[in-house]
Design a protein around this ligand. Sequence first.
Ligand code: GLC
Length: 413
Amino acid sequence: MVEMARWILRNNDRGGYTVPARGLYPFQWLWDSGFTALGWATFDPERAWLELRTLFRGQWLNGFLPHIVFHSEDPGYFPGPEIWGVDHQPQTTGLTQPPFLAPVVLHLLQRDPDRPRALREARYLYPRLLALHTFLHRYRDPEGTGLVGVLHPWETGMDNSPAWDVPLARVPEGPLPPFQRRDLVHVPGEQRPREEDYRRYLYLVLAYRSRGYDPETCYREAPFLVADIGFNAILLYADEALARLAEILGEESKQPLAWLHRGLAAIEALWNEKAGLYHSLDLRLGVPIPQDTSAGFLPLLLPLPRPRVLKMRKALGRFAQGTTYLLPSVPPHDPAFEPRRYWRGPVWPPVNYLLALGLRRHGLLDEASQLEADFVALVEQAGFREYFNPLTGEGLGGKEFSWTAALYLALLD
Ligand code: GLC
């Protein structure tokens, strides 16, 4: 299995970047690169650093880091560069994704046996990470509330989570120019987002494109604006890692620490006592989105008071009741649960990985091991698939998937 996982990464390597899956996702994706680098690090640290260097070739002058870098052409993918219309070389999208990068750089720096190389690479990446975090805190939280907003479900990395149903329903389905989805060529429609959701995704893309991707205008006029608990938890976890990197590299850690502390106070508003987990916030209406999803546990990545952690541990048990494998993206007893459809039920490797990190941080070792063991079991019986049915263990979505292979390697390491 380890050989197979390494083979998948090599086979998905396009010379400096790793495609998430051949055919289905033929470019470089932001948070996939972070997870993939963790896998490369277990057998080829130099290649792990290169993954991140290559990703930052897509960074814009204002610090923004897009969620896809189109290093090469591929007519098999939609929406490609001509739909995004971004003026940058290499071409990119105009949306971002959860910035799970500074924790990866910290991890690589700590484990690379070649210390001079590691310091060199970390010094190259540090100012780029700082620029990205500065962009997010400045332009996605213009009033300095401590919560950053996402402008599109794609920015959350959890594209069709039921948490986005209500805010997305306010987004028009058109008008749109004629288009043809390409994802359905690779994966059955019942495992992918529905048509009406897809139309709204595209409407949003064109709305931001028509505003020239200007960050202030886009935030102000966004038809979809949500403080995603997953995105915010990952950003704060990354702020903490950035502060640690600053200390190691002899840089100033005050700013990242200030972001972290402001954010920790702000996410309190997203805590739901009854559910025992966090919810996202609809920033357009100023109301919480009362939908339990696996993202609601990601604040476990952060320092939290003990009673809070214990409450979340209990909620985790309730959340997963009725499943064979941890962790479903939506609880099986929830009306929105669909065990095979993308982010509406299946188990997703990066979530198991992140949550296990968080549980370990708080000393909940049994729960962490369970999440890891279930992920390993799923892979060993169903293969390196994109996501899995939490009831049956069936493998779903893309095959020979990079983050699945990489996280398998990282966990066994
Ligand atoms: C899907 C996932 C997203 C991931 C991308 C590439 O869009 O929802 O999280 O980054 O595929 O794997």
